[in-house]
Design a binder for this molecule. Structure first.
Ligand code: ADP
Length: 189
């Protein structure tokens, strides 16, 4: 299965992704993690991305597409993958559809993890990451609302979107995620 998880920063995507990759037995593709690894390794892509990331801005689509294309073409992704943090713009979603179509593949389903803004801020203050200071965090939420939220409509029009409530315990939320996956499986048959 090829599944996309979409949610604002602080929605708890990381926790749900960990559980979901175990259940689906597919690789977890997190563009945020790929970028952080590229920065650590000091690659040209990492150098280019670092400045955008430290300002809470999205990295240019072409750079992301390069990373993702290489990863999606590797053999372990043939039976599926979990996409986390990608696509993040309509352009990226269109590029992904093109890329998959050329390999006779497609996205099976998209899960939105919905969490209200004040809860996101509360969670951010309780954890700590380098790009998590309040000002940068607010910018990441804005970029989500402006650039990523339109994707929900894009996938809804394709009949692929399931929105789930991201409030509650990790177990409760995972149960909702599982229900969404079952719906995607039924739709595939
Ligand atoms: P979060 O979902 O909490 O914002 P991520 O780890 O997914 O965190 O991403 C961290 C940062 O990496 C983003 O703020 C952005 O700058 C960059 N990034 C990650 N994925 C993408 C993407 N698909 N397109 C553009 N920028 C991205």
């Amino acid at each position: 299965m090829r599944i996309i998880l979409i949610g604002p920063p602080g929605a708890g995507k990381g926790t749900q992704c960990q559980r979901l990759v175990e259940m689906l037995e597919v690789p977890h593709l997190s563009t945020g993690e790929m970028l952080r690894a590229a920065i650590k390794q000091g690659t040209a892509e990492g150098l280019e991305a670092a400045d955008y990331m430290s300002h809470g801005q999205l990295v240019p689509d072409q750079l992301i597409l390069g990373l993702v294309t290489r990863r999606l073409k590797s053999p372990d992704c043939r039976k599926g993958c979990l996409l986390d943090g990608f696509p993040r713009t309509i352009t990226q979603a269109e590029m992904l559809d093109d890329l998959l179509e050329r390999q006779a593949m497609s996205v099976d389903g998209v899960i939105e993890l919905a969490v209200p803004r004040d809860e996101l801020v509360r969670r951010m203050l309780a954890r700590k990451r380098e790009d998590d200071n309040p000002e940068i965090f607010a910018r990441r939420i804005e970029s989500f609302e402006r650039q990523t939220a339109p994707l929900l409509e894009y996938y809804d029009r394709q009949g692929k979107l399931v929105s789930i409530d991201g409030l509650g315990s990790a177990d409760d939320i995972f149960e909702r995620v599982r229900r969404a996956i079952r719906a995607f499986r039924r739709a595939r048959r």
